[in-house]
Design a protein around this ligand. Structure first.
Ligand code: ATP
Ligand code: MG
Length: 395
């Protein structure tokens, strides 16, 4: 019997998940704040609501009576999830996981204080006074993030700059964080700046009827709080990888539930640090669309959600993904360069078909693969170069 699945958030990650679920015979209702969102284009039905509005959420849940609710984004009134879970709906991976990860404080305290995972030093502040004290205590440079935000919104690094007094930099950082906070929740985390050599995502799959599985680690590079390219596998020592897996098993088990999780770590000279996690497919995991694994991250999520077996996760090829970002506002964009880019072997372009552009919005991704023994850095460079050849035509 198929399940009725409500997907909250209908971006490019949701779209791939819907395709994976469709292939397993499921019924999906895709939800977002605007119509014609990527996942809606491939779902059975859709709803357009403000997902931070509890009443609007209740209304569509009552209307469709889904068996399973799958959050694709963070900006949802996740407190509602506990109630849905009590009423017998499965929330993926669990109401607790979705609710905790919406707020950096909940997840950081769980990781650091309760589970003892190694993280950057951190303090919270909810007034400018507290903020100044926190910055002094953590030290400069430090990273400032609103507790409720994603994709780098409201984030800044406080560091010395000879042309500006440090007090001005600190004030600016506070204002920027306040402006970038989601909703009425005005609190920030001040983190020690971690001088990492690289950062990775460890895709972790928790299963109802099986053990916790790990995908080969994914390397990525971030700019302006968003990922630009990712590659798999990435360089990591056996010791760091083992620690990452242990930390991932611990935190996913504490948060409970079944599905795929993207767990982010920093690799440093002083060992590996837990950074943050998302209880859903991860954007850097789009590299698995290059056919790097026997099952991509969306197929893994779909199986885990449905309690279907995952006998193994195997790296078949090395691969890379590089994003195509919009530069300005527009609607109904078209794309140039496919003819050129697709002359390359082992290369695919995934256009998300978003109905509108705005500066820095992710519109497409180029994925490339090569044999498992080839040099992943070369594949990465190829993906980056090819992503530059996809041109967005604004109208
Ligand atoms: N303490 C830190 N030290 C050094 N760099 C950091 C630190 N915290 C974050 N960064 C950098 O900023 C990036 C974004 O941070 P983080 O993942 O916490 O934010 P986010 O808004 O949740 O991002 P997303 O939602 O896109 O994953 C990290 O991937 C890393 O490159
Ligand atoms: Mg992140």
């Amino acid at each position: 019997m198929h399940k009725k699945i409500m997907l909250l958030g209908s971006g490019e990650l949701g779209k791939e998940l819907v395709i994976a679920l469709q292939r397993l015979g499921q019924y999906v209702i895709a939800v977002d704040s605007y119509s014609d969102a990527p996942a809606m284009q491939v779902a059975h039905d859709f709803e357009v609501i403000n997902m931070l509005d509890a009443e609007a959420l209740d209304a569509i849940v009552n209307k469709h009576k889904p068996d399973i609710i799958v959050p694709e984004i963070e900006a949802i009134r996740t407190e509602q999830f506990y109630k849905y879970e009590k009423s017998g709906i499965t929330v993926v991976p669990s109401a607790k996981a979705a609710n905790f990860t919406m707020n950096r404080k909940a997840i950081r305290d769980l990781a650091s204080k309760e589970l003892g995972l190694k993280t950057a030093k951190y303090l919270y502040a909810s007034t400018l006074e507290e903020f100044k004290m926190a910055v002094a205590e953590i030290g400069i440079p430090c990273v400032v993030k609103p507790l409720m935000s994603s994709s780098g919104k409201g984030q800044s690094i406080i560091k010395e700059d000879p042309s500006t007094p440090i007090s001005v930099i600190i004030d600016k950082s506070w204002i920027y964080a306040m402006e970038g906070s989601r909703g009425d929740y005005k609190e920030v985390i001040v983190e020690e700046f971690v001088k990492f050599n690289s950062e990775i995502t460890l895709l972790t799959v928790t299963q109802k009827n099986g053990e916790t599985l790990f995908c080969p680690p994914i390397g990525h590079r971030q700019e302006r709080g968003d990922y630009r390219e990712s590659w798999q596998p990435c360089a990591i020592s056996d010791k760091d990888l083992k620690e990452a897996q242990e930390m991932s098993a611990k935190i996913t088990s504490a948060l409970s539930g079944f599905g795929i999780w993207g767990i982010e770590f920093f690799l440093t000279d002083k060992g590996i640090y837990f950074s943050e996690l998302s209880p859903r497919p991860h954007d850097t995991g789009m590299v698995t669309l290059a056919g790097t694994q026997n099952l991509n991250e969306f197929e893994l999520h779909a199986r885990a959600i449905l309690g279907l077996p995952i006998p193994n996760i195997e790296l078949l090829r090395c691969g890379a993904s590089a994003v195509v970002l919009a530069q300005k506002d527009g609607s109904r964009p078209s794309y140039k360069g496919l003819e050129q880019v697709l002359t390359n072997k082992n290369t695919e372009v995934k256009i998300f078909n978003k109905p509108a552009t705005r500066p820095y919005r992710r519109m497409a991704v180029v994925v490339c693969n090569d044999s498992i023994t080839s040099n992943v850095d070369i594949v990465k460079e190829k993906a980056i170069q090819l992503s530059k050849q996809i041109e967005i035509i604004y109208s």
